[in-house]
Design a protein around this ligand. Structure first.
Ligand code: ADP
Length: 189
């Protein structure tokens, strides 16, 4: 199963991606997690990404496309994967299409988690409180920027993939269990 899970910050992508990992025995390829690990390890890529991520802006397309291309070639991704946090721009989506064509693989579905903006702010504030501030980008001002960036650059991808005919619209406002159930139902159609 080759999947993309998309949705605004706080939509529950990571939670549902983990469930898909278990269900289909596929890896979760999270560009956010990979970048945070690079920051932690103080690699050159991490140093480049650190300030950008702390502001809630997007890391350059070449950087994240490089990460994904490398991960798609990993042995664990041969049988499928769930991309979480990528693509985030039309340019990234076009690059992903090119990479997949070159590798002779195709997406099975794009899962779009749909939630309203007020709920997102509340969820992220809760996550920030619970994580004890471990993520530099979980504060209100940065969150608003991340939501703006999402609306401007990432949301247009839903229409991009709708044209390809593989978007599954999921109501992300339901409970975790119900969201999981509606994803399962859509993927089994
Ligand atoms: P969330 O799931 O809360 O939206 P992520 O963990 O996916 O957050 O991403 C955190 C930050 O990492 C983003 O705000 C951005 O700075 C950077 N990032 C992650 N993925 C990408 C990407 N595909 N393109 C550019 N920047 C990215």
């Amino acid at each position: 199963m080759r999947l993309i899970i998309m949705g605004p910050p706080g939509a529950g992508k990571g939670t549902q991606a983990q469930i898909l990992v278990e269900k289909y025995s596929i890896p979760q390829l999270s560009t956010g997690d990979i970048l945070r690990a690079a920051i932690e390890a103080k690699t050159p890529m991490g140093l480049q990404a650190k300030e950008i991520m702390a502001r809630g802006d997007l890391v350059p397309d070449e950087v994240v496309c490089g990460i994904v291309s490398e991960r798609l070639d990993g042995d664990d991704a041969k049988g499928g994967f769930v991309l979480d946090g990528f693509p985030r721009t039309i340019a990234q989506a076009e690059e992903l299409d090119a990479m997949m064509t070159e590798k002779g693989i195709a997406l099975d579905a794009v899962i779009s988690l749909e939630v309203d903006a007020d709920a997102l702010v509340a969820r992220i504030k809760k996550r920030a409180a619970e994580s004890g501030g471990s993520r530099a980008d979980d504060n209100e001002e940065v969150l608003r920027n991340r939501l703006d960036v999402y609306g401007e650059l990432t949301e247009p991808l839903i229409a991009y993939y709708a044209k390809q005919g593989n978007v599954k619209h999921i109501d992300g406002m339901a409970s975790i269990e119900d969201v999981t159930a509606s994803i399962a139902q859509e993927l089994n159609k």
